[in-house]
Every structure is written in structure tokens, then in C-alpha cells.
Design a protein around this ligand. Structure first.
Ligand code: SF4
Length: 400
């Protein structure tokens, strides 16, 4: 497995695979062709179907100013090498001098066809969570201690930078007001939720309301195309910051322990992206929100100093009950159902940890089995439900 550093990336919303990845690809392609006098980029698959709502064209133009952007909406995503495919062409005097297909593989990562993966450095010979946990048990280390040793120099500083960016997205979002861009007329709700205390509100209701408000805050920042951290994607960026921000600000956990929790959550995300996918276009929303919930649950279990079996079980429960979750964003915008879904997943992560505390010894399903199941379910999912806005809520909303 590669470094956890490729799980958390700081960049502009609203979609890691539709904005961060295409922007990075555009920058690289431009650098490769200083001699070109024009560029053309054709979007295929999910990028063609939902690129307008996700702001893909704008992201490409920031990396490749003046490029001509075409969309191919005739090719189905099952007929492509990857559901998020782009064809980059460099031109000189009207003639194509070079072209390459680039795949936006999720979480802002990209792969140039027939070229080695830019982030290929392997840090972990272990291939799944069971192997990782076995090594921690053998070496008598907590998961966070073991990860930090393996990741080496600069890793804590990297985590601190990521955590600072996450806190900033929550803090900006919690005080912002107004309507989100894109034409759906979706109002920002984080501030309302944060300030709207019910009469006689119990401690449990307060906790859920505040965590939900933090998740709305980060997700609304993403929908507004501001800077967020992929966790593991932009669309699912609200879950982890919501849970961990609550634990630091409202429960008083020290930052050093939050960084440990981020490392544990990152390992869970790393295992998922290695053995399945974190891309909605590949496996539906179970791969995005399900992964974020699973990561948050594992990190929270570590923060509570639960044992390795409980950490694994929390991550397993959190993913298992997102299996089959489709990706059907209305008008291709990362707003409905995405923003609310982040809030619900943040609350579910806490429930998963509560169950894992008491029941982990009775479990029958391992984390790795549930990830294989998520992958298979995603591959079986009709393409309508994989970030095309052709099915589900997106279709019903259009029909009405
Ligand atoms: S529905 Fe889920 S996977 Fe699809 S864009 Fe929204 S958050 Fe991402």
C-alpha cells in the first residue's frame, strides 16, 4: 500500500475526482507541452455527465488556460477503461502533436494511461487491515504509533497541516450564510443548525446537532468550491472533520491525540482505496460516504483508546450499513443528497463506535470482507447510480 499522505489532499471543492484530479492532470499536461499553441480536452463517462455541475471545465481551465473542452455523452461508463476518463490533446498549427488518456481515479488521484502511477511509492507491504493489525499486535504498538513509524519523517507535520485545513473549513463554514452556487437554490444551513438549540435539549441531542452542524459547515464549504481536505474525497469531506472537531473543541481531546486519530482514519481509507475504491463513479456513494464514515469510526475508536479489534469492528460496522448506497447528485451538484449525507454519516460513525465497544467479540464479518463486498457491490451497480445523475434522486427530481 502507498502512503497515507495520498489519502488527505488539500484542494478546491466541490469534487476530488471531478475538479482536483482534472486540474492536476491539466497542469501536468501543460508542463509537458510548452511548444503547443492550443489544447483540447474531451471528457468521458461521469466527467461528461456531471462535469458541468461539479465544475470540471472550470478546474481544467485553471490548469490549462484557453483549452477547448468537449464532452462525449454518448459513450457509457461501462465502455470506458475508467468511469472518469479524459482525453488530453496538445496542438500546433491545428495538428495534434500529442495525446494521452488520463483517469481520475478518486480522491484527486490521477493515472496517465500506460504510464507508472505518480504516487507509486509503496510504504506498506501489508495488503489489508488484518495484516496491518497483526503486525501492530506482534510489535505491541498502537495503530497510530505503528503508522507514524512506517510513514517516517515529516508525517506528524503533514497530519498537523491537514488537521489545520480541516479545522479552517469547519470554522469558515459554521459562520457563513447565503445560497450555494449552481442554481438549485440550496441555502447554507450549518450556522442555523449550530445556533438553533431546542428548549430543554438533552446532551445527546446537542452532540448530534453540533456534529451535524460541523459536517454541514465543511460540506457547504466544499459545495461553494472553497478549499477543503479530501477525506477521502471532496464530496465526503465533512464526516471526519465534524467528528474530530467536535472531540477537540467540545470534548477537549488534545490535538496530538486527534492527529493519532487522523492517522488511524487515514489507514482505513488507504486500505479501502487499495482494495476497492473511494470513487463514486466506480462504486457509488458507499465508496465515498461509506468510506468516510468507516474512517471516522476507526479514528474515533482509537481516540477513545479502544483495542485493535474494536477499532476494526467500528470501521466494519460503519461501512457495512452503507453497502449499496448509490451516487445520484441532483443536477450533478455536490449538494443534494451529499451535504446532508455527510451529517448523517458523522452521527452514524459515533453509533458504530458505541456498538463496537460492547459487541466486537461476537462479530462474524471482518473489515476486509466488508471492503471486498463493497467493491463487488459497486461493480454490480447499474451505471445510472455511479455519479452520472441519470438515476435515483437526480432522475426523480428532474421528472417532477
Ligand atoms: S452522492 Fe455521494 S458519491 Fe455522489 S457526489 Fe454526492 S457525496 Fe459524492
Amino acid at each position: 500500500m502507498q502512503s497515507i499522505r495520498s489519502v488527505y489532499k488539500i484542494g478546491h471543492g466541490p469534487s476530488s475526482s471531478h475538479t482536483v484530479g482534472p486540474y492536476n492532470a491539466a497542469k501536468i499536461f501543460r508542463k509537458r507541452h510548452p511548444e503547443a499553441d492550443a489544447f483540447r480536452v474531451t471528457l468521458y463517462g461521469s466527467l461528461a455527465f456531471t462535469g458541468a455541475g461539479h465544475g470540471t471545465g472550470k478546474a481544467i481551465l485553471s490548469g490549462l488556460p484557453g483549452a477547448e473542452i468537449l464532452t462525449d455523452t454518448k459513450t457509457g461508463i461501462n465502455d470506458l477503461p475508467h468511469p472518469n476518463t479524459m482525453l488530453f490533446e496538445a496542438l500546433e498549427d491545428g495538428e495534434v502533436i500529442d495525446s494521452v488518456r488520463v483517469f481520475s481515479i478518486g480522491g484527486g488521484s490521477i493515472r496517465f494511461e500506460n504510464e507508472p502511477d505518480e504516487e507509486e511509492t509503496e510504504v506498506y507491504p501489508e495488503t489489508n487491515l488484518a495484516e496491518v493489525l497483526d503486525v501492530c499486535r506482534e510489535e505491541k504498538l498502537t495503530l497510530a504509533e505503528w503508522i507514524c513509524r512506517r510513514e517516517g519523517e515529516g508525517f506528524r507535520e503533514y497530519l498537523a497541516t491537514v488537521w489545520q485545513a480541516m479545522k479552517e473549513e469547519v470554522e469558515r463554514g459554521i459562520s457563513a450564510e447565503g445560497i450555494l452556487p449552481g442554481g438549485l437554490n440550496v441555502r447554507r444551513k450549518a450556522k442555523i443548525l449550530y445556533e438553533k438549540r431546542c428548549y430543554n435539549e438533552s446532551a445527546d441531542v446537542t452532540m448530534n446537532r453540533v456534529i451535524a452542524a460541523y459536517a454541514y459547515a465543511a460540506s457547504e464549504e466544499n459545495a461553494d468550491e472553497n478549499i477543503v481536505v479530501t477525506a477521502p474525497t471532496c464530496g465526503s469531506c465533512g464526516v471526519i472533520p465534524a467528528v474530530f472537531y467536535y472531540m477537540e473543541k467540545d470534548r477537549g481531546f488534545p490535538e496530538e491525540e486527534i492527529l493519532d486519530a487522523l492517522a488511524v482514519a487515514g489507514m482505513v481509507g488507504n486500505v479501502i482505496r487499495t482494495n476497492a475504491s473511494i470513487s463514486g463513479a466506480e462504486c457509488g456513494c458507499q465508496a465515498e460516504i461509506g468510506s468516510a464514515c468507516s474512517m471516522a469510526a476507526a479514528g474515533l475508536a482509537a481516540l477513545y483508546k479502544l483495542n485493535l479489534g474494536q477499532i476494526e469492528y467500528a470501521a466494519e460496522i460503519a461501512m457495512e450499513h452503507h453497502l449499496g448506497l448509490t451516487c445520484d447528485p441532483i443536477n450533478g451538484l455536490v449538494q443534494i443528497p451529499c451535504i446532508e449525507r455527510n451529517a448523517v454519516a458523522a452521527m452514524r460513525a459515533i453509533s458504530a463506535v458505541n456498538l463496537s465497544r460492547f459487541l466486537y467479540e461476537t462479530r462474524k464479518i471482518s473489515f476486509d470482507v466488508v471492503i471486498d463486498t463493497m467493491c463487488q457491490t459497486g461493480r454490480d451497480m447499474n451505471e445510472k447510480y455511479r455519479e452520472t445523475s441519470h438515476g435515483g434522486l437526480a432522475q426523480m427530481y428532474r421528472a417532477k
